[in-house]
Design a binder for this molecule. Structure first.
Ligand SMILES: *Cc1c(COP(=O)(O)O)cnc(C)c1O
Length: 356
């Protein structure tokens, strides 16, 4: 028998490119992935190791991450039955798509985080872009309202503050959409610690609102993969059907609980990042021909007068890694994560060298 690999694979995924990151980031100033730039507090790291008893490695973890669920419940006010911890919020995005699944229409307010589209496709759903307005990347409420009322639409992805544009959506806009939506409306609040208003208060009134949060950005746990979903207990119960068992490692559960118990340590860093963001924005805007978009997050989107690829490549040569977002709706745009003060200085110095 001749084995034909193509024959056994899904045709509809033929053109789906694997998620790609910079092959090596070693030795670079990494301003490309919106991580927390500061060192994880050593005393908290010690605390996590102390809690990992030898038994922790041989037994499966707590399937629903009970302790973490309790801690998230305390910090958000959402009852435990309305919470699902995930192996990064990426896993929860996939679970949402799997739950609505095959052929379902999924509306996405673009430009935005790529995983809404990718995970829709993986789940066999049909993503539909609803482009944000030219003015400040605000939601196109009229178009979203139309697609939300369409019975084919099962899921709507909004991100606030939005990656990569940086703007937050007013809570009233989300409320207006929820009012007329027959679909689940997901608001991804991965950057909410840095700015914008949370939509969580709307959850009491709307059972179709789902909120996503993560420990990967403000809380410095990108390497351990922890996110969570907040929603109506009825919705959560259904979503648990597609959850992988033991999706969060014991290590990740212990680390996330420790972070929540010491939230104040991170609030200091978040404050510093917000201040650096505003300073960085001003400096960038002083370069000739540069358009710098307002940001409520820990990154800044900017449009350069030079081709984005030229700026990206030259920054990389100089040892600084950012994200090149050149493409539909974001012509000649790059995104820079707010780093530590000294990293931002090097980035600005290289930008001046390239652009002046
Ligand atoms: C980084 C990011 C995520 C992914 O978070 P993980 O919890 O690390 O999977 C989700 N949503 C947005 C908008 C992000 O930028």
């Amino acid at each position: 028998m001749v084995f034909d690999l193509k024959r056994v694979l899904r045709r509809d995924l033929e053109n789906l490119a694997p998620y790609q990151v910079q092959p090596s980031r070693d030795g670079l100033i990494r301003l490309d992935a919106n991580e927390n730039p500061f060192d994880f507090p050593p005393f908290l790291q010690d605390e996590i190791y102390r809690q990992l008893k030898s038994g922790s490695f041989t037994r499966y973890p707590d399937d629903l991450a009970g302790e973490l669920r309790k801690a998230i419940s305390q910090s958000t006010g959402v009852p435990e039955e309305g919470i699902i911890p995930g192996n990064g919020s990426d896993e929860l995005i996939l679970n949402l798509c799997l739950a609505v699944g095959n052929g379902a229409q999924v509306a996405i307010a673009t430009p935005t985080f790529s995983m809404y589209r990718v995970n829709s496709l993986i789940a066999g759903a049909a993503p539909v872009d609803i482009p944000r307005l030219k003015a400040g990347f605000a939601l196109d409420l009229e178009s979203l309202g139309k697609i939300a009322a369409n019975e084919k639409t099962r899921l709507i992805f909004l991100c606030s503050p939005n990656n990569p544009t940086g703007n937050a959506t007013p809570v009233e806009d989300v409320a207006a959409l929820l009012e007329h939506s027959r679909a689940l409306v997901v608001v991804d609040e991965a950057y909410i610690e840095f700015g914008g208003q949370t939509c969580l208060p709307l959850a009491e009134k709307y059972a179709n609102l789902v909120i996503l949060r993560t420990f990967s950005k403000a809380f410095g746990l990108a390497g351990l993969r922890v996110g969570y979903l907040l929603g109506d207990p009825g919705v959560v119960k259904e979503l648990l059907r597609v959850k992988q068992p033991f999706n969060l490692s014991t290590f990740a559960q212990v680390a996330a609980c420790t972070v929540l118990a010491h939230r104040e340590e991170f609030l200091k860093m978040i404050d510093a990042i917000r201040q650096s963001r505003d300073a960085l924005k001003q400096e960038l805007a002083s370069l000739p021909g540069m358009t710098v978009f307002p940001s409520e997050a820990n990154f800044i989107l900017f449009r350069t007068p030079l081709p984005a690829k030229t700026v990206f490549d030259r920054l990389l040569q100089e040892g600084v890694l950012v994200r090149n977002l050149h493409g539909s709706g974001l012509e000649e745009c790059l995104r820079v994560t707010v780093g530590r003060e000294e990293e931002n200085e090097v980035f600005l110095e290289k930008m001046r060298k390239i652009c002046l």
